[in-house]
Design a protein around this ligand. Structure first.
Ligand SMILES: [Fe+2]
Ligand SMILES: [Fe+2]
Length: 280
């Protein structure tokens, strides 16, 4: 009797592999490999967001007098930083348990994006990062909802995201309160910060290197597709850049704090929507 396939990390309908013409040609085992690589990719993106976007934003916000003036907010920000450090360590440990040699399994940030976020964290520019942080924190919650709704998900992957979701709900509340401090800035500075935040979200979440790394990781496990590596990477890039992907990573619906921030704050009016086909 052959061993059962390892359990799914993510719902099958997650865009990328399942959105390419290769998906129906993969065997059941190959589909499961693809599913688990997608789960590792999302973990990597979360790790990068927390390390390169949220921690610099929180450090910069903690120095701002408008944040310090709000009772209890500096303490809640310090808790958020401690939570994110723990999350980064857990995502890195999960990647290593699943065959990654470094802290990341399949993703690598473009050097310019990581540098941009880190430099912004050194300056008193947390307002430029605030909306990006709120939007990406909400993605981590809706993603966990989707993972935990699977009846047959991998137990360790589900436990990782259930614990993460609990902390992230508190972080979205901190992010919404930071928005009130954001409103204290002059209108010209808010307009600039909204523009920079949306540009950063697009850059951070655009999967520019991941398709090649995903295709290579997949073919290491299933060498019969070696001659198709380049085409598979191209198809993954097309699926990764599509509207389905952006709707998944930026849940800006009516219930979303980041979506409401966009709709209610004049600084966002007239900006190009980060999601193809999305209108606020
Ligand atoms: Fe986190
Ligand atoms: Fe968070």
């Amino acid at each position: 009797m052959s061993a059962p396939e390892p359990a799914r990390f993510v719902p099958e309908a997650l865009p990328w592999f399942a959105g390419t013409p290769w998906w129906p040609r993969f065997s059941v085992v190959e589909q499961r490999t693809a599913n688990r690589l997608m789960g590792l990719l999302v973990n990597d993106i979360f790790l990068l967001i927390e390390r390169d976007l949220i921690l610099p934003m929180a450090r910069s916000a903690a120095r701002d007098p408008a944040v310090q003036a709000r009772p209890g907010l500096p303490e809640r920000l310090a808790e958020l930083v401690a939570d994110e450090r723990r999350h980064i360590a857990r995502f890195a440990a999960f990647a290593r348990q699943h065959g990654a040699t470094g802290e990341l399994a399949v993703a690598r940030p473009p050097a310019g994006t990581a540098l941009m976020a880190r430099l912004a964290g050194l300056l008193p520019t947390w307002r430029a990062l605030w909306w990006a942080v709120l939007a990406t924190e909400e993605w981590t919650i809706t993603f966990a909802d989707q993972v935990l709704a699977m009846p047959d998900g991998d137990a360790a992957y589900c436990a990782l995201h259930a614990a993460h979701r609990g902390d992230e709900r508190r972080h979205v509340a901190v992010g919404s309160e930071l928005g009130l401090a954001w409103d204290a800035a002059p209108a010209w500075r808010r307009a600039w910060a909204a523009r920079a935040g949306v540009a950063l979200v697009r850059r951070l979440l655009l999967p520019c290197r991941a398709p090649r790394r995903l295709a290579r990781a997949f073919i290491q496990q299933h060498p019969r597709w070696r001659s198709d590596e380049c085409h598979l990477a191209q198809a993954l890039a097309r699926a990764g850049g599509g509207a389905d992907y952006w709707r998944m990573v930026l849940p800006l619906g009516q219930a979303s704090a980041a979506g409401q921030a966009w709709r209610l704050r004049p600084a966002f009016a007239g900006l190009t929507s980060p999601i193809p086909g999305w209108t606020p």
